[in-house]
Write a protein that binds this ligand. Structure first.
Ligand SMILES: NC(=O)c1ccc[n+]([C@@H]2O[C@H](COP(=O)([O-])OP(=O)(O)OC[C@H]3O[C@@H](n4cnc5c(N)ncnc54)[C@H](O)[C@@H]3O)[C@@H](O)[C@H]2O)c1
Length: 375
């Protein structure tokens, strides 16, 4: 009996460098459809399956043998797990292997892993022989709701994260929630922080759904997760379609990130990205509330939801408000030394002003909020 038709949950549209679109498949147990998806959306003579050492063990090897069994020619390329592999050196090693294996313009890349693998493999595909297709198979919650969509690919540089990269859109995204079963509790909750961010930024119904169903979400219920991930992808797709080069609207996705990045950096990455963003969201929302931008009581709702999802909200001790603000100023989100924030007016709606979506926050409000939380 032929396998039933697999329908994408949504389609992402983009216009640069030339127009196009790609399907996003989200579901439980859908990884087995990968060969069909490859044949349809990224037909190639051979595939380079790129993953990291952890995902290789848990999922990658099985996917590799399934591809081969289905008659596709696929080579397995692996980097060590962890952000430290997201470098130009790793990219060069992958390219050397792909060239040595004889990969031509009729090859394609499959990126199976979290955001690190997606960024590294996507960027490798972007420049290999001036660009070959790639398919994203995100395996962390963060990658499913954020990193795999939007076309940003990059590697890190000793001077900062994601400094060298390119826009290169995948031909298809396949997010199988079953892959999340093996994710550590900490990585999972860190991804949930980005889910909450997405809801605050533009989906009040998703926020209410999360408030109502924390236990279901924490138990990683496949159907509930597929719905939540789809909602996040829809919002990101909408925002990215409206603003591909982060000139305007896309900055709303940076809610919580101005202070979050600073905290992540100052904690020497002991705070996971999502944990830092969660603290950043609470601080930025509280400062926006104090400045009369955000509706009273809304920061409390955000804080309560994050807490009920088990996301720790305490900034590292011994960090003064001045140090956090100084670190934030070094980040990409400051312009000429002035800190700009994307903040909500209320849950589900960002504060925009004359077509601009970032604004300054009164130094007094920020300092007071920071002082309170770091004391
Ligand atoms: N391109 C974008 O738009 C974008 C957006 C957000 C983040 N990012 C990037 O994404 C990266 C962070 O993503 P991440 O949190 O997924 O990190 P990651 O890819 O490093 O994954 C985190 C850890 O989880 C492991 N892992 C992955 N899938 C697993 C699974 N199913 N089961 C068990 N373990 C698994 C990995 O091996 C790794 O150790 C950063 O490099 C960040 O810059 C990119």
């Amino acid at each position: 009996m032929p396998a039933p038709e697999l329908r994408p949950r949504l389609t992402v549209r983009f216009s640069r460098p030339s127009g196009g679109h790609y399907p996003v498949f989200v579901g439980s147990g859908i990884l087995r459809h990968l060969p069909r998806i490859l044949r349809r959306f990224a037909p190639a003579h051979r595939y380079f399956l790129i993953t990291d050492s952890t995902v290789a063990r848990l999922h990658g090897r099985a996917v590799h043998s399934a591809l081969r069994k289905s008659g596709l020619r696929a080579d397995f390329l692996m980097v060590a797990a962890g952000e430290r592999s997201k470098t130009r050196e790793s990219k060069a090693r992958l390219e050397d292997r792909m060239l040595a294996l004889g990969g031509g313009r009729d090859s394609a890349v499959i990126a199976i892993g979290g955001g690190m693998v997606g960024d590294l493999a996507g960027f490798t595909a972007a420049t290999y022989l001036r660009g070959i297709p790639f398919v994203a198979v995100p395996t962390t919650l963060l990658a499913m709701v954020d990193a795999a969509l939007g076309g940003k690919t990059a590697v890190d540089h000793p001077r900062g994260k994601n400094l060298i990269g390119a826009f290169h859109h995948p031909k298809a995204v396949l997010a199988d929630v079953q892959a999340l079963r093996t994710l550590s509790e900490r990585e999972y909750r860190s991804g949930l922080a980005e889910v909450v961010k997405t809801a605050v930024v533009g989906d009040a119904a998703l926020f209410r759904r999360l408030e109502r169903s924390t236990a279901t979400i924490l138990s990683r219920h496949p159907e509930a997760l597929a719905e939540v991930i789809t909602a996040c992808c829809r919002l990101k797709a909408r925002v990215v379609a409206a603003d591909e080069r982060e000139a305007g609207l896309r900055v709303i996705l940076n809610f919580g990130h101005t202070l979050g990045h600073a905290l992540e950096h100052l904690s020497r990455y002991r705070l996971a990205h999502g944990e830092a963003v969660a603290i950043g969201m609470v601080l930025e929302a509280r400062a926006a509330e104090a400045a009369g931008i955000m509706k009273r009581g809304e920061p409390g709702r955000i804080e309560a939801l994050l807490t009920s999802l088990g996301i720790p909200l305490t900034p590292p001790k011994r960090l003064s408000a001045a140090r956090i603000l100084a670190a934030a100023r070094v980040d990409k989100k400051s312009r000429h030394g002035t800190l700009l924030y994307a903040v909500p007016r209320r849950v589900g709606r960002m504060a925009g002003m004359a077509g601009r979506f970032t604004r300054t926050l009164p130094a007094g409000a920020l300092a007071a909020v920071l002082k309170q939380s770091t004391e």
